[in-house]
Unconditional design. Structure first.
Length: 109
């Protein structure tokens, strides 16, 4: 049986880019590859706190990537919720149909 490692929980004291990597379940090197930049360029950003962010090209790329990933996650969540709701509705209908088909006990017995 494959056991998954528990994911670290991002905390507010962690640098913002570390929290983003943990939330998106991606390594810092993989994030650099996804953003199309060298890891060495991205490395100093892992030490920055969220209050010290300046609007530069790297943060804009991170923002675009996070927004794209969140869109994918939200779309998958919506599809999952719809499928679960449909499954619940079908189960309720099936149970109601079974109740109608079951013979009622005779009061004389």
């Amino acid at each position: 049986m494959d056991r998954m490692k528990p994911r670290p929980v991002p905390e507010s004291v962690d640098p913002l880019l570390v929290r983003i990597c943990v939330a998106l379940d991606i390594t810092p090197r993989a994030l650099a590859i996804k953003l199309g930049i060298e890891y060495e360029i991205l490395q100093p950003y892992f030490a920055q706190k969220s209050s010290s962010i300046e609007s530069d090209e790297t943060w804009l790329k991170v923002n675009d990537y996070v927004n794209t990933q969140m869109g994918f996650i939200m779309a998958a969540r919506l599809d999952l919720n719809r499928a679960l709701q449909k499954g619940r509705e079908e189960r309720v209908e099936r149970l109601a149909r079974l109740k109608r088909l079951q013979p009622k006990p005779s009061p004389r017995s």
